[in-house]
Design a protein around this ligand. Structure first.
Ligand code: G3I
Length: 350
């Protein structure tokens, strides 16, 4: 081969690599054209510059995977750990990204002083109100939407027993403790959009029925709720549930509430080295594309967020041994078919 031919081949190969890594248009450019937000959870790996660069290039919304939860941000009664959140908020501002907040009221990742501190319902209510006022107030105007309550219902639609409801609870029955939390959140930041967020409630089922009824009741009585977060931690079997997911998004938006897809990932079986089969990777891409396309059909479905964006940092393998490869980029930050499917869904004409 001549020298010029070698150079030509090399450049073609380089262009191919670059275009697979840096597409003509990024997710966030396409999302912006559609007027929607495309987000990712931020794992907090602030020393991984490649990770941070890619996140800023591809997404226009970010949410802390852990740092804004009660335990991480408020570990002791008089001590707050704002630094990691401040860093994320600064990063988001520098990259012109919106920030979602997650979460004020949850049964999980609460600090010991809340769960084992022997607080009475009155003390617990005061602690929660102060927490929401302090954290919500600090990020007023910086965090545009909050998951006020997360995962308060069980799959059968009944209320989960939690430290906030009844163990010992803040002294309010049924959904009243959530109502109070939404009111406190509105006081803390009158401009933030306030969400109820849950998993396994993407389609129409007993849990999403209960959430829908609560939201309807809140809307009717002027309790300040602005939207429902559908986590969407999916398996490939969700492909059989797409009509139901659409029906649920439709009924929520018909209440005048927004929908945010908040934690989208699609876990698939992997071998010991973390490798998935080609056919599962293709099916996964289809599912990502389908969920995004459904959301994009509804003007009030305003945000599509994945729970991380690289398989390098994902909660799945730790929690579901034998599963993984759930995100858009692989562990070496190379785009997977799911990334392309999301690009295509965002690029599709309405
Ligand atoms: O920060 C500590 C660290 O100090 C310690 O050395 C290490 C030892 O295991 O643990 C670290 O905390 C872990 C934390 O993630 C940060 O990495 C916790 O053990 C671990 O339990 C925690 O997992 C998080 C999980 O929520 C907790 O329930 C996941 O990262 C996070 O992805 C996951 O996110 C949830 C959403 O908030 C709600 N919806 C479901 C979703 C997935 O479970």
């Amino acid at each position: 081969m001549t020298r010029s031919k070698i150079i030509l081949c090399r450049s073609a190969a380089l262009i191919a690599v670059l275009s697979s890594v840096a597409p003509a248009q990024t997710l966030r450019e396409l999302a912006q054209k559609r007027g929607v937000l495309i987000g990712t959870a931020h794992s907090g790996r602030t020393s991984d510059t490649e990770y941070l660069d890619l996140m800023g290039r591809e997404f226009n919304q970010v949410e802390a995977e852990n740092a804004t939860k009660f335990g991480p941000i408020h570990p002791a009664e008089d001590s707050y750990n704002f630094a990691p959140v401040d860093t994320m908020v600064e990063y988001a501002a520098a990259h012109k990204m919106r920030v979602r907040g997650h979460v004020f009221v949850w049964h999980n990742q609460n600090p010991k002083w809340i769960t084992d501190g022997g607080l009475s319902p009155e003390q617990l209510a005061a602690a929660l109100q102060k927490h929401i006022a302090t954290v919500g107030g600090r990020y007023r105007g910086k965090i545009f939407a909050w998951d006020v309550v997360n995962e308060a219902f069980l799959d059968n639609g009944s209320l989960r027993d939690t430290v906030w409801l009844n163990k010992p609870g803040i002294g309010l029955n049924g959904t009243k403790y959530m109502e109070k939390s939404f009111r406190w959140a509105r006081e803390a930041d009158p401009d933030a959009k306030l969400f109820y967020n849950d998993y396994s409630a993407e389609g129409v089922n007993a849990k999403s029925d209960a959430i829908y009824e609560m939201a309807k009741d809140f809307k009717k009585r002027g309790v300040p709720i602005d939207g429902i977060g559908l986590q969407a931690h999916l398996r490939l079997s969700a492909a059989g549930n797409l009509a139901s997911i659409e029906a649920n998004i439709k009924r929520i938006t018909e209440l005048g509430l927004q929908v945010h897809i908040t934690e989208l990932d699609v876990r698939i079986p992997v071998d010991a080295s973390g490798k998935a089969s080609e056919s599962d990777i293709e099916a996964q891409a289809k599912l990502y594309g389908a969920v995004a396309s459904i959301c994009l059909k509804y003007p009030l479905c305003t945000s599509i967020q994945t729970w991380g964006f690289t398989d390098k940092y994902s909660w799945i393998p730790r929690t579901y041994p034998g599963f993984g490869a759930a995100l858009l980029l692989d562990r070496a930050f190379q785009p997977k078919p799911a990334y392309k499917a999301l690009l295509d869904a965002l690029a599709a004409t309405k």
